[in-house]
Design a protein around this ligand. Sequence first.
Ligand code: G6P
Length: 369
Amino acid sequence: EAIEKGGFEHFMLKEIFEQPKSIKDCFRGRLIANNGQLVLGGIREYANALTNAERIVIVACGTSWHAGLVAEYIFEEFCRIPVEVEYASEFRYRNPIIREGDIVIAISQSGETADTLAAMELAKSKGAIVLGVCNVVGSSISRVSHEGVYTHAGPEIGVASTKAFTAQLTVLTMIALRVAHRKGTMAEQRYRSFLAELESIPAKVEKALKTDDQVKKIAALFKDSRNCLYLGRGYNFPVALEGALKLKEISYIHAEGYPAAEMKHGPIALIDEEMPVVVIATRDSSYDKIVSNIQEVKARKGKVIAIVSEGDSLIPGMVDHTIEVPGTHDALMPMVATIPLQLLSYHIAVMRNCNVDQPRNLAKSVTVE
Ligand code: G6P
């Protein structure tokens, strides 16, 4: 086992550090930005149906559901196709409206999650075209899908999903770019610039991993917290949800992720000097808004840990701790901004002597409903 961990103390840490490579593996043979190449061999027969879809429904659970939320924003922005993201367990039991030819995308690391599988079967029985985004080759979900794209992140052992999440985002972004290009909802030049930017993500993730020592120091300050709030807006809202999920899964600290503007409708009541608030505040189209949200938290003496873009000179003066990550397009930021949050939950869990790779009550793949 020590060999399998490749010198890391836990599988989770190894998998976090593998991400520059796992994202690259996900591109391999698919994306070559400098000649505009983006080939997804897994979606051929249904490529036109996807391009012309009137709506897309995404079904998933857990972290995969968070990847689905990011994909909702990406597909709607790039492809102008309405997207609904559903918890598979809710979808399957509420007589959902699915029409013949609707596109359903199922996202799953393991490919064995019972609720996701059942949601796919249901969608198929109603005539939907079901596409899978899966990590495990030959898994049940990959077999039930009409077509699909593997994430090729390699085996993920830690129960808390890390590299599978960034690989899912990579695949979903590639699918959306492909559709947008075919559909003409994204101009050639913008498409090319996204391909190039996507190709640069592994290097940016590598840089984000360099925050590890700093994140560890912050973890030591907050390891005894009882609660933690995560806030983000736009593309960073699902990142906030995922950050909170990571913390509760492995450190057993109660954490909630919220869209920052919703804070005033509830969570703001929880904020006092004891409350750590992690704000994903990278420089994007909602930057000014998130700065105001930070001010609202500080006015109530909350402790703010902000994830900011490199070179941000405003936020560090307002908050307790800042962690800098390289900038990228808004739509690609989740892949970079999620890295310090994975590290934060990891270090806090280790400091609390938790079983990081096998947290209590959780399973890597949930094959029962
Ligand atoms: C379990 C795992 C999570 C995972 C979720 C969905 O709860 O502990 O890490 O996100 O299942 O799993 P899937 O394999 O379908 O992505």
